[in-house]
Structures are given as C-alpha cells and as structure tokens.
Unconditional design. Structure first.
Ligand code: ZN
Length: 493
C-alpha cells in the first residue's frame, strides 16, 4: 500500500451526489481534518486505513459491521483476526492501485475504476454472481479508488446502531453533509475510545435524532441551513436476508423555517413547541428529555414536533393545530404541574405561526394579513364589549355554517354600534374560501389561526388574565376539539 501510494498518490476524492459516497468523502475529510479533498495526503489515507482495520475487524464496532458489510473480510467468521486484518489491508489497498481498464468506469463518478465490487463491499448493491442490474451485463459494480475508500469510511460518519442500522445524512449543501459526518465521526470516535464494554445507550427515532443534531450543527455553523438546501437521511441495514432502507427527507422550506425559528426573535416560542413535543412513557407529551449522567441527553426519546416536521409540507394545517396550538396549550400541565389558562395561552406565538405560514405553507401575505386583522377585531369586540357570549360562540362552534353565522352576527353588532365590520366580504373569502380547490375542512385551518391570533391579542391586552374562568373554558374547548389529522393535505394558498 505504501509503495502504491508513493507511486500513484492518494486516491482522488470527490462528491458525486450518491449519499454513501458523499458521506464517506465527508467522513474522510473530517478524519483528516481538511476542508478540501485535494489536501488529503497519502499519510492521511494510511492513518484512516489503519483506523478502519482496527475498528471494523475487532472491538465494539465489529458486531455492527455484520449488519453493514456481512461476508466482508472485516468480519468473515471463517478467518482468524490476523487473517481478517491481512485480507482487509489488501482490500483497502485496492483504493491506491492504478485503474484497471478491464473494470471500466466508476459507477459513481465516471473515472477509471480499480475493480468490481459487490454487496459485501458496498451496502445495498447486488451480491457476487448476481447479474441483474450489472452494467454491461457483468455482475458487480465498477468503482474507482476514491469512491471505494469513501464507501468503506462512510460508516464512521453515520449515527451507528440507530435502531440497529446506520443513519447517514446527506444534503445538496456539501457543508451540511460534512457537518453531519464530522459530528457523527466525533461521537463514534469518542464512544469507541470509551466503550470497553461496547454497549452504549440505545439510539432510537432517527427523525428526532436528525433534527437534534441539526439544531446543534445550526448553532455551531452560521450558514448551512440558509442556502436553500434540503437534506435527506438514509436509515440503512445490509444485514443478511433483510437489507433495507428508510428515507427521511427534510425539504428546503422546512430547513429554512427550522433555522429561522431558532433565531433570537422566535427562539423562546420555538423552544416551547419543542419542549412540548417530547414523548415519555405512555405517549405523555410535555416532558423534556431525561438527562443521563453528565449532560448527555437520552437518545431513546422521541420528539413529535421534530418527527412531524418531516411531513409538515404535506400536512401543514395539521402541524399548526397539533404543535403550534394544542400541544402548547396542553404542555404546561405536564411540565410544571398545571399552569393557569392565561399562562398557557401566553406561550402561543402568532409570530412563530406566521413564520411557519410563510416558510412552510407558502401562504400569501394578504391572506395572513386578513386573518390577523379579523382575529384582532374579534378580540376587540370580546374585550371592549366584554362580549363573552361571542367569545364562547367563536370557540365552541364546530361546524362551518355555525362559525360563519357567528361572524355575521358579530359583524352586524359592530356595524350597528358604528364600528368597522369584524370581517369584510373580501377578507372573508380570502380567509376561508380563497383556495380554488376549497373543501369544507379548510375552514378549520382558518379557525385555528383565528384562535391563535385572538388569544395572542387578548393575552397582550391583559383580558385573559382578568377573565380566568372564560379563559379556562375556551382553552379546554380548543384542545378537546378533535379534528381528523388527515383533514386536509397540501393546499395551494
Ligand atoms: Zn468513483
């Protein structure tokens, strides 16, 4: 290997768009502590190769390698440890070899390949001897030295043993891919150096894990989530008869929302939504993740506010109802043993909701403005006239026709007393029926948004604090109104 390196230099590393290769390249860069692939030296590759052999062939990672690369030289049960080391060194030495014209072009990057590989070398490709999908009618996948090395190193840049699988995170923003790979590599190196016993705490809920890590990365790096990038997590196993992959995608609009929600203006409101999303025991929401010894959080905990971000673009009205409205109103009971209604209402945030509407739902500014204004006027009527009957009607009504009637009545009362209508005809259309494919369930979204705005307004005006019984009553109504989660999917707005 050393001779080959001197003669041919280190294998060329490049991002290809293929997640395993890209995460592998990022892992090698993080391992060698270079920002640029061109800076990786033959000595870096030597160090990496020895590290891979040490940890894949023996030690706590070996059992996991059975799930990643069964039948590879790293774990071949028919070989002694010494023989596995020798065979693995020879296999990894392929990366520094001159290309083999017989093998053709690398499937991942198009450069000359150094040889053909199979499922024991790269997860989730065809096994040796299987001709299906083999380019040129030959079994196996042609691969160049750089891509081959990346596919061997990627495991170290994943969250390993996440429900028994590897979780790799890939983005069209290379900086973000690198940030995830470095984070996971650092964790894996730490746990490999610590775990003589080899069994650290279980890692569950890949979606929660991705968002937790993203929050940490977003704090350390100022920009990766602002570039319009998306990210995709691949949760894979290459084990025996049941190789499998689950794919979790975070679209760019959600990434952008997540990034902005963590900025100073929205942070406390967003953190409250997140804290309300933790699930403990029998589905009880509202508790923060348990801290283990030191400050290490418990990674067997699920966060619904995080998990549901992955489907937030398709189910945004439901996300608003569940996480920005109901969970927040319920959460304090669990966290602090029962806050008053107005304290719970104080945690609702119209600003955060508006950010979500703009970023994730893509709602037009004029529609948001109309909802805001209608909410404010309803709050005015409730507050100025102490119109508790109106308040109860607004929050109790569960049918669209009734809700419309309540608004019409409020309009009439306002006009009779010389005020402006609560909602104009145009605004009414904009709020409730603006979408071309309007369905009767759409009104619930507008209703939930009005609730958020009215409560926000009444709290800021101090009205809820002075009318505790009414506040308690309406909050109960809101959280107890069960709408079907699938009431409405993505809506053009
Ligand atoms: Zn290649």
């Amino acid at each position: 290997m050393a001779n080959a390196d001197v003669e041919h230099g280190p294998p060329l590393l490049a991002y290809t768009g293929q997640p395993i290769v890209d995460v592998g390249v990022a892992t090698i860069l993080a391992f060698a502590q270079h920002a640029d692939a061109a800076a990786v030296t033959a000595a870096d590759i030597e160090d990496l190769t020895e590290f891979l052999i040490d940890h894949y062939v023996a030690g706590p990672l070996k059992s996991f390698m059975f799930a990643m690369l069964p039948n590879s030289s790293y774990v071949n049960p028919a070989m002694s440890e010494g023989a596995r080391r020798t065979a693995s060194r020879a296999f990894l030495g392929m990366c520094g070899q001159p290309s083999d014209p017989e093998a053709g072009l690398c499937l991942f990057c198009g450069r000359q390949a150094v040889g053909m590989v199979f499922r024991q070398h790269i997860p989730l490709i065809a096994s040796q001897g299987v001709i299906n999908f083999g380019p040129g009618g030959r079994p196996g996948v042609p691969v160049c030295g750089g891509c081959l090395l990346a596919t061997q190193a990627f495991v170290l840049g994943c969250a390993i043993k996440c429900e028994g699988r590897a979780l790799l995170v890939h983005s069209d923003d290379a900086e973000l891919t690198l940030a995830f790979a470095s984070t996971f590599l650092a964790e894996n190196r730490r746990s490999l150096s610590l775990s003589a016993a080899g069994e650290e705490g279980s890692v569950k809920y890949p979606r929660t894990l991705v968002m937790r890590r993203l929050a940490e990365i977003d704090t350390r790096h100022s920009g990766p989530a602002t570039t319009g990038a998306s990210l995709t997590a691949y949760h894979i196993t290459n084990y025996g008869q049941s190789p499998d992959i689950a794919i979790y995608h975070v679209p760019s609009q959600v990434l952008s929302f997540f990034h902005t929600a963590r900025s100073e203006k929205y942070r406390s409101a967003w953190e409250y939504v997140v804290s309300a999303g933790w699930v403990r025991g029998k589905g009880k929401a509202g508790e923060a993740p348990q801290a283990a010894a030191g400050d290490e959080p418990d990674y067997s905990t699920k966060n619904r506010a995080f998990e549901d971000l992955f489907s937030a673009v398709e189910r945004w009205p439901w996300y608003i109802r569940k996480h920005l409205l109901c969970s927040v109103l319920k959460a304090d009971e669990a966290i602090e043993g029962g806050d008053t209604a107005e304290q719970r209402a104080s945690k609702l945030s119209w600003e955060l909701t508006e950010l979500f509407l703009r970023k994730v739902a893509g709602m037009q500014k004029s529609r948001i403005e109309a909802i805001k204004q209608c909410g404010d006027r309803l709050a005015d009527v409730i507050r100025d006239d102490s119109n508790k009957r109106l308040m109860r009607s607004v929050f109790v009504t569960t049918r669209y026709a009734d809700f419309r009637a309540v608004l019409l009545k409020a309009n009439g009362a306002r006009i009779l007393s010389g005020g402006e209508p609560v909602v104009t005809f145009d605004d009414f259309i904009a709020i409730f029926e603006s979408t071309e494919d309007f369905t009767p369930t759409d009104w619930r979204l507008a209703r939930d948004l009005l609730y958020l705005r009215i409560l926000d307004s009444l709290y800021k005006a101090g009205w809820l604090q002075g009318n505790k019984e009414d506040a308690e009553h309406v909050l109960e109504q809101i959280v107890n109104t069960e709408d079907e989660p699938e009431a409405r999917t993505a809506t053009p707005v």
